[in-house]
Design a protein around this ligand. Structure first.
Ligand code: ADP
Ligand code: MG
Ligand code: MG
Length: 888
């Protein structure tokens, strides 16, 4: 008989952390904590295989499950000496969901299950606290009805508000046992009216209803959206954990809280967390009461005047710190934990690797090496390459003037400016129209995920550091200020107010998620610091990395940024960008429109000094590092004068009339310029263009080599070749120019001629091309377009549908299509190396900065990847991780 259920508790467990795929993260870690002697209320986990079975078999359970659940439940009853449904000493349980990857708030937990009209009396007697028992029962009715029976949440809140009003109180805590009894009566009546049948009193029906609801929630819209945003496959499924309840709401010696073993915002090695006395789990995150800090340090730092757990419950605090140390050493990573204290006894309810900002992620990895917990290699594996992006972008300029509107909690660091919107739906609509928005809510809930994702920043007026907004924003790397309580939001009027200042929908504000400040208007930013922990980590990255990382850069600014971010050369310098400058475009147009070679040469002669100066600047900045310069590539129409005024200007400059210019423009029109007269096709038809460019490059190289003493080795790259013949022709032009330049300079230097591989035919003919080419650079943007027959500029219309329908997994222009485009690259690598073993191989498309694509480049043995300057550190880290994985 297959095993579907795994028990834990009492220092033992059938599962373990290694069984995460089967038991989900929560179930696996509860088992692991039990095993290592951390106090965990006993329970059992129904495996993810049951979820898979459920969905592949028309929502039915596998054979044997009922019996295994009954047996496991009996085990819990025996361990605790209580019985499920017992009128005198009833066992209560929670039913919790947990997938392989954590999906915070995505699926709902039901607490206090097992209460009914009879067991509630038993609970009241056992606890000697009728108020607590009725409060627990009404919470259960509320949660169960919402999560399992689908009765709308707000209906319960309306009833509760009425009862409080009638009783003349404002806080839940002021309601008496009798009040709660009344609430229960009204809840039950309301549920019966809504559903046409009474709230289930049978505890078995309750438990199976909850189990079914957890499996059902795997397919709810929130979960589907979250999975799509995070690339989690549907096939993983969720596990269900049934666990005996412990109560943090049985009095003043009870509490519940959440804690991080280190500060999740900064990464500082300081225990961090929040708790509430006399409260049940959900209360801390729900933001209903203001949570208190665990430590005195945290309390002081956040300016809270509520007492810390360290002060209120010192010995339990010490116990918690002890468990913190045990868990962190055991998992060798920062943990995010949930705990509950029932009448002076501490219980752990969850642990997992904590979500953190990227700054914290870097600091924790570096600190853990210093502490001897991790090796440098392990530390390198700990940081998500894509996440580094956040560190490379600007933060608020501390010197810039600002008008602070309000202050909240620094919930997720980083600076963000944008226009205020008050609903997640508006955020999505505005963002689609290209607006940068700040989603502003009283508090967020899982339905808001889509809107949070497209926002520059998130602002809430209620909730703490562990509120939904804070946790989700940190996970997304989106700046967030939470709990800015001075702000009053008026959803109806679409505005918010702080004292006399009113901010309306569409007004611009700035958030500083590192300080909690909310500012009016846009505040200027400064560039980030790359030393410190970041520098240490990147040092280790470079030690283990085997592929080089270059940047795609053409301007001095790009080149300087690239160097600052650690680029080891330029992998793609596009020369056409240099011609768009207003001072040059006119000569460029003159050249294009000239009727004969003499006319073209005259115009090119005017361009030569500019082009030479560009390369002098670039070579000087790059200090002898390799620079690959691509000769003119785009279709000429991109340079053409299209307005009357521009055409008149060109006519005047080249001494012809406007009519002639118009006719020339018309003649150059192409139906499909992407596949038209471009790339080396320009060089073949007008060799003088490439001749001028080669001269500019080589003269600049000679000059910089002479003046700086750094030998420049230019790599001249011919775009869009289909085979060897084009390359041979262009190389001949370059070699002739080189002889002339060297003769005139009285010196020679090494230069290389190579080609871009960006047409399938070139990949296929790589063996032959390599007879001439000293390097290949895979131009994967065009290679993807030409291999898939898909224009990057037009694919937006159908790619998203292709993704949804599963035709493609990801956007092939963002992540390399390894099966198709990758296969051509592999083939070209093999054929090229077979001809010329020393051939230098790199990639220069957008993919060079995409971690998955970088890993592919490592696997096929490329020498380098080249990407945009801001992605260089990401590519360095991705390359290091790929090298470490390959070495394993
Ligand atoms: P989530 O994945 O949304 O965090 P959890 O299953 O962790 O959901 O539960 C939600 C809340 O209920 C948490 O605060 C947790 O500590 C609390 N909780 C869950 N199970 C129990 C239990 N057996 N006893 C007491 N509190 C519980
Ligand atoms: Mg939890
Ligand atoms: Mg190209």
């Amino acid at each position: 008989m297959a095993k579907w259920v795994y028990t834990f508790g009492d220092g033992k467990a059938e599962g373990s952390a290694a069984m995460r795929n089967l038991l989900g993260g929560k179930g696996a870690n509860l088992a692991e904590m039990s095993r290592i002697g951390v106090p965990v209320p006993p329970g059992f986990t129904i495996s993810t295989e049951v979820c898979t079975h459920y969905y592949t078999n028309g929502n039915t359970y596998p054979e044997g499950l009922k019996e295994q659940v009954a047996a496991a439940l009996a085990g819990v009853e025996a361990a605790l000496g209580m019985r499920f449904g017992d009128p005198v000493n009833p066992l209560l349980v929670s039913v919790r969901s947990g997938a392989r990857a954590s999906m915070p708030g995505m699926m709902d937990t039901v607490l206090n299950l097992g209460l009914n009209d009879v067991t509630v009396e038993g609970l009241a007697k056992r606890a000697s606290d009728a108020r607590f028992a009725y409060d627990s029962y009404r919470r259960f009715i509320q949660m169960y009805s919402d999560v399992v029976l689908g009765v709308e949440h707000h209906l319960f809140e309306d009833v509760l508000e009425e009862v409080k009003r009638d009783a003349g109180v404002t806080q839940d805590t002021e309601l008496t046992a009798e009040n709660w009894k009344g609430v229960i009566q009204r809840y039950k009546a309301m549920v019966a009216a809504e559903l046409g049948k009474p709230f289930p009193q049978d505890v078995k029906e309750q438990i199976w209803g909850a189990i079914g609801a957890v499996f059902g929630s795997w397919m709810n819209q929130r979960a589907i959206t979250y999975r799509r945003l995070h690339g989690i496959p549907e096939s993983w499924g969720t596990a269900v954990t049934v666990q005996s309840m412990v109560f943090g709401n049985m009095g003043e010696d009870c509490a519940t809280g959440v804690a991080f073993t280190r500060d999740p915002s900064t990464g500082e090695n300081a225990f961090y967390g929040e708790y509430l006395v006399n409260a049940q789990g959900e209360d801390v995150v729900a933001g209903i009461r203001t949570p208190q800090h665990l430590t005195i340090n945290g309390k002081t730092r956040h300016g809270s005047d509520l007492p810390a757990m360290e002060e209120v419950m010192p010995s339990l605090f010490t116990e918690l710190v002890n468990i913190r140390n045990i868990l962190e050493m055991h998992y060798k990573d920062m943990q995010d934990m949930e705990f509950t204290i029932q009448q002076g006894k501490l219980w752990m309810l969850q642990t997992r690797n904590g979500k953190r900002t990227v700054a914290a992620s870097v600091k924790i990895a570096v600190d853990m090496v210093a502490e001897g917990v991790l090796t440098k290699e392990q530390a390198v594996m700990r940081v998500e390459p894509q996440q580094l992006d956040q560190l490379l972008h600007p933060t608020l300029d501390p010197k810039a003037p600002r008008t602070v509107l309000a202050k909240g909690l620094p919930a997720s660091p980083g600076a963000a400016s944008g226009r205020v919107v008050f609903t997640a739906a508006d955020a999505e609509t505005w963002a689609k129209n290209g607006e940068k928005v700040i989603l502003t809510r009283i508090e967020t809930s899982p339905e808001d995920i889509g809107g949070m994702h497209v926002s520059q920043g998130v602002l809430t007026t209620r909730g703490g550091m562990t509120s939904h907004a804070a946790v989700v924003a940190r996970g997304m790397g989106t700046p967030c200020v939470a709990g800015a309580g001075e702000i009053r939001i008026d959803y109806k009027a679409k505005q918010m107010r702080v004292r006399d200042t009113v901010v309306k929908e569409g007004d611009t504000i700035t958030l500083d998620g590192s300080t909690g400040e909310v500012m009016l208007g846009k505040v200027p930013t400064i560039r980030p610091e790359l030393t410190g922990d970041f520098g240490s980590l990147m040092g280790w990255v470079d030690e283990v990395r085997t592929m080089k990382v270059r940047a795609n850069a053409e301007t001095p600014l790009d080149a300087e940024t690239a160097r600052r971010f650690g680029a080891e050369g330029i992998g793609l310098c596009r020369t056409e960008h240099m011609f768009f400058d207003p001072a040059r475009i006119i000569s460029m147009r003159e050249m294009i429109l000239a009727r004969n070679e003499a006319g073209r040469r005259a115009a090119l002669a005017k361009l030569l000094p500019y082009q030479r100066k560009d390369f002098i600047d670039l070579f000087t900045i790059m200090k002898g590092l390799p620079v690959t310069v691509r000769l003119l590539d785009p279709p000429l129409h991109e340079f053409l004068p299209n307005t009357e005024a521009e055409q008149a200007e060109v006519a005047a400059a080249s001494g012809v009339d406007v009519g002639a210019v118009k006719a020339a423009v018309a003649a150059l029109h192409e139906t499909n310029p992407m596949l038209g007269h471009r790339g080396c096709r320009l060089g073949v038809t007008y060799p003088e263009i490439y001749e001028m460019q080669a001269r500019a490059i080589l003269e600049a190289a000679v000059e910089v080599s002479k003046t700086t003493g750094n030998a420049v080795v230019p790599e001249i790259m011919i775009p869009l070749v289909m085979g060897k013949i084009e390359l041979d022709m262009m190389k001949a032009v370059i070699d002739t120019v080189a002889k002339e330049v060297f003769a005139a300079a009285g010196m020679t230097l090494t230069y290389q001629v190579g080609t871009m591989i960006e047409l399938p035919r070139a990949a296929l003919r790589a063996a032959e091309i390599a007879e001439t080419a000293e390097f290949f650079s895979f131009g994967t943007n065009d290679l993807t377009q030409t291999t898939m027959g898909m224009s990057r500029d037009d694919a937006g219309n159908f790619l998203e549908i292709y993704r949804q329908k599963g035709v493609v997994e990801t956007d092939p222009f963002a992540t390399l299509d390894q099966e198709g485009v990758g296969e051509l690259i592999k083939l070209a690598v093999e054929r090229g190396r077979a001809t010329r073993p020393t051939i230098k191989l790199g990639i220069c498309g957008e993919h060079g900065g995409d971690p998955a694509s970088v890993a592919f480049c490592q696997s096929i043995g490329l020498d380098y990847v080249s990407c945009s300057p801001y992605r260089v550190p990401i590519a360095r880290l991705a390359a290091a991780q790929a090298a470490l994985k390959q070495a394993k």
